[in-house]
Write a protein that binds this ligand. Sequence first.
Ligand SMILES: CC(C)(COP(=O)(O)OP(=O)(O)OC[C@H]1O[C@@H](n2cnc3c(N)ncnc32)[C@H](O)[C@@H]1OP(=O)(O)O)[C@@H](O)C(=O)NCCC(=O)NCCS
Length: 171
Amino acid sequence: MFFYKIKTQEYSHTLVDFYVLDQVASATKLSQLRFDQNLLLDKELGNYSWTQENWQELVGAKDYLLINLVQNDGLIGLLLAKLNYQEAMVHLLKLVVTPEKRKQGFGIMLLGELAGFMESRRLTKLFLEVEADNIPAISLYEKAGVNKIYLSKNFYSNGKSAWKMLKENAG
Ligand SMILES: CC(C)(COP(=O)(O)OP(=O)(O)OC[C@H]1O[C@@H](n2cnc3c(N)ncnc32)[C@H](O)[C@@H]1OP(=O)(O)O)[C@@H](O)C(=O)NCCC(=O)NCCS
């Protein structure tokens, strides 16, 4: 599988392209431009962003899903998840919308695309951790039907706590 455009959708009078990178076999399939754009947008996660080496490892790895939202050749949103087919479980690792495009529905759009993907692969559980004070993300996940399970104190290396969240029958 490789990085491919799944659809183009009109949104607020502009076109948004959806790209999916699924179980990447070869780094050459993800263009350098798109790779660099993912790396740059991931920087929005501050301490939680990955190094270039982390991203390179991902490109050669199996069972990851990367969804990109692209507008006028610019990356406006990314979603990265680890797929566990044995347990029919998806672990959401990253969800980022570029700051100037937030609060316009792109986050929910990315989660909707993930739900469609999960359904097509019979993946039924969506699991994630989110920093306990990240209100925009927690609100978004709750709106998408992902529920808090428990608060894990000192979960992150910086001492911050995380909500563990789960949606069952998500696909
Ligand atoms: C979290 C994030 C992805 C949301 O993306 P977004 O495109 O702005 O979200 P949407 O426009 O689709 O919002 C959907 C819902 O999420 C919630 N939400 C989004 N932003 C919010 C905010 N600033 N405050 C409170 N709730 C918010 C609301 O419930 C919203 O529904 P509404 O518009 O009907 O009120 C975005 O803020 C972001 O990239 N944050 C930085 C990265 C991050 O923290 N990622 C999560 C951890 S990996």
